[in-house]
Ligand binder design. Structure first.
Ligand code: SER
Length: 395
């Protein structure tokens, strides 16, 4: 099943159960929202989880593009991407969490053909503020799915003020042999679907009050699900990345971890630019700048012509990759404009590097660098640690 078929199967399954599809397009939250980017499918729905009636009713389904910088350091592992799409469903004060879990189980096993013997669930085990989620526990026991009880891992979102609740996560076994151990003890259990029983609001002092209605918010990462259903070992091998894996290694021969970073960050940068963001010294533009500069740092670090002026550059990025990404995210932006923004940022970064080489040639930076030096180089000269290290190793 390719990504398009997965989306269609998912949306139709929930439409058959009375859900209406909402469009989950831009990464930019509405004005006044304190976060820089939409980080989950539920994010744009917060007012409705709080009780405002939604114009399309109490049962919703969507595909929301999301960006998470909290996971930036994990990019390159088999399951994390910076920009990804999240399939989501909501019950706004309508059905309960057990029905949501039961439908989720039905869709995974019958709709997507996952072997029920490869599933594991986790359920909130209770803490000093809230009791254990026995309803979810019983549902999984009735379905014969093994359950692990946890506390911190089964509350979403953890800690921050706003709507929240206990969640039940569904994991899929990705090991070669038969399933063993449990999700918190063995990372071959990969989380595919989070069902949050969103019925509390956390206040700034950490206490909880009940929301006006009992909601359910579920989300599953599309690329992660696609890679699992396609029998791949990482998100970078699902169909969405096919053109990237075909074209990038020929263009820039780098090792696998670098290849993953380059593909993730460039694809994310294209989507962010497609949503109207431009590189800047702060806010969203800084996130974009960081993504592009991290790519360039990797490309130039191992550039065979290093020192003679970089031979690798974003000017070589095939149009196909820009177009493929804009199409996938249904963005109207002109691919030529995306390329212009990338090249402009590349030029700025190139100039910064030249300056970096000159600064690092000063006597102060000849010996071993300490934390204070790194801080100074970063804060005063805009030179990230990675870059300083690679410049000093002979660049
Ligand atoms: N909001 C939850 C999550 O992002 C479920 O959609 O995991």
């Amino acid at each position: 099943m390719d990504t398009e078929q997965i989306v269609r199967t998912f949306v139709e399954y929930y439409e058959d159960r009375g859900h209406r599809r909402i469009t989950g397009s831009t990464l930019l939250p509405p004005p006044g929202d304190p976060v820089l980017f939409t980080t989950s499918g539920m994010h744009p729905l917060i007012p409705y989880l709080e009780g405002r009636p939604h114009p399309l009713g109490r049962r919703l389904v969507n595909v929301q593009r999301c960006l998470r910088t909290t996971d930036l350091e994990e990019v390159g592992d088999p399951t994390h991407l910076t920009v990804f799409e999240m399939l989501g469903t909501w019950s706004l004060g309508d059905y309960e969490g057990t029905l949501s879990l039961d439908w989720g189980y039905g869709l995974l096993t019958e709709g997507f053909g996952v072997d029920p013997g490869l599933l594991h669930a986790t359920v909130f085990g209770g803490d000093e503020l809230t009791g254990p989620d026995t309803a979810s526990l019983e549902l999984w026991q009735e379905r014969g799915v093994p359950v692990e009880l946890t506390v911190e891992d089964n509350w979403w979102p953890s800690g921050s003020p706003g709507p929240c609740g206990p969640d039940s996560e569904i994991f899929l076994w990705t090991g070669d042999g038969p399933p063993e151990s449990t999700p918190t003890r063995d990372e071959r259990w990969v989380e595919v679907w989070n069902h949050v029983m969103m019925r509390h609001r956390r206040l700034p002092d950490g206490s909880l009050v009940p929301l006006a209605q009992r909601n359910v918010d579920t989300g599953l990462g599309l690329e992660r699900l696609a890679s699992l259903l396609q029998g791949r070992t990482s998100v970078f091998e699902c169909d969405v990345f096919e053109p990237w894996r075909r074209l990038v290694p020929k263009l820039w021969p780098v090792d696998e971890p670098s290849l993953r970073l380059v593909c993730d960050h460039l694809r994310s940068a294209v989507v962010v630019i497609g949503d109207g963001v431009r590189p800047a010294v702060g806010g969203r533009g800084y996130v974009l700048r960081r993504l592009v500069r991290r790519v360039l740092t990797v490309l130039w670090r191992d550039d065979p012509s290093r020192g003679l002026g970089p031979s690798r550059g974003l000017g070589d990025l095939p149009d196909e990759l820009i177009r493929h990404t804009l199409d996938r995210f249904r963005q109207e932006t002109d691919p030529g404009e995306v390329r212009r923004v990338l090249l402009d940022e590349e030029r700025r970064f190139g100039r910064l590097l030249e300056r970096g080489r000159r600064v690092l040639a000063r006597p102060r930076f000849q010996g071993t660098l300490d934390e204070e030096d790194f801080r100074h180089l970063h804060d005063t000269h805009g030179l990230p640690r990675d870059l300083v290290l690679s410049l000093r190793s002979g660049g």
